[in-house]
Design a protein around this ligand. Structure first.
Ligand code: SAM
Length: 229
């Protein structure tokens, strides 16, 4: 059996009682960065052995892990923050478990895009999660596709690329499109700002952009000259 377990995206209190219990009960926890997870484990007195499972070794180790699970081991998969599989390793292992008949259970819990979307004040009934855009090849194609969506879409972005990303969104979606930058969610310097793309650009040009960022963009309104939000 494999448990996929969300861990906090900032505030260490954002982990469920069930997640803590299962992390203590399984035989091994597969972790993206064992040093990061050790800090969480120390905070909660969890002593379960940690084993590396990250983007650079998942292809090499996935089959062995699934063999162990199929032979009866119970393990948990965690990432550095949030839900594994969401812009983090997890998909390959989940798929391999399904193919081998190993039961997979993902606990509900922390992830960055849900609080960003819901706090943004932009329509959240239907949405598209994009995650990170490609840095170079294919970036403009994705932006063009996203700009035509009639529902809200969500990007993960680094603070160093936020201004470039806002510029590109202005080109593709228009300066007046409503959008939100959600920064440092659940942390001391949390900031959630919703305004037009042009106003967001001005707001974040005034200061050094720091921390972790989710960009939420309102959908395209097909009526001439109108943006959602
Ligand atoms: N698995 C994670 C999840 O469930 O959201 C996402 C991991 S991805 C490698 C890291 C990105 O998530 C960051 O670059 C940022 O875009 C977003 N993120 C993570 N923590 C955040 C936070 N506290 N505030 C805002 N964005 C965050």
């Amino acid at each position: 059996m494999l448990y996929i377990i969300p861990t906090p995206i900032g505030n260490l209190e954002d982990i469920t009682l069930r997640a803590l219990r299962i992390l203590k009960e399984v035989s091994v926890v597969l972790a993206e960065d064992t040093r990061t997870s050790k800090r969480l484990f120390d905070h909660y007195g969890i002593t379960t052995p940690l084993r590396s499972f990250h983007a650079h070794n998942e292809h090499a180790v996935v089959e062995r892990v699934v063999e162990e699970l199929a032979a009866g081991a119970t393990m948990a998969l965690i990432s550095d923050a949030g839900t594994p599989g969401i812009s983090d390793p997890g998909f390959l292992l989940s798929r391999a478990c399904h193919r081998k008949g190993v039961k997979v259970e993902c606990l509900p819990g922390a992830t960055a895009f849900v609080p960003a979307l819901v706090a943004s004040g932009l329509p959240c009934d239907t949405f598209h999660f994009e995650g990170f855009l490609p840095h170079k090849k294919g970036r403009q194609t994705r932006l063009k596709y996203l700009s035509a969506l009639e529902h809200t879409f969500i990007l993960y972005e680094s603070p160093f690329r936020l201004l470039k990303c806002l510029d590109e969104l202005i080109v593709h979606c228009g300066a007046g499109r409503q959008a939100c930058v959600a920064r440092e969610l659940s942390k001391l310097h949390e900031e959630v700002v919703t305004m037009s793309l042009e106003e967001l650009k001005a707001h974040f040009t005034k200061k050094e952009v720091k921390g972790e960022i989710v960009v939420v963009v309102g959908g395209h309104d097909p009526r001439p000259g109108v943006s959602h939000g």
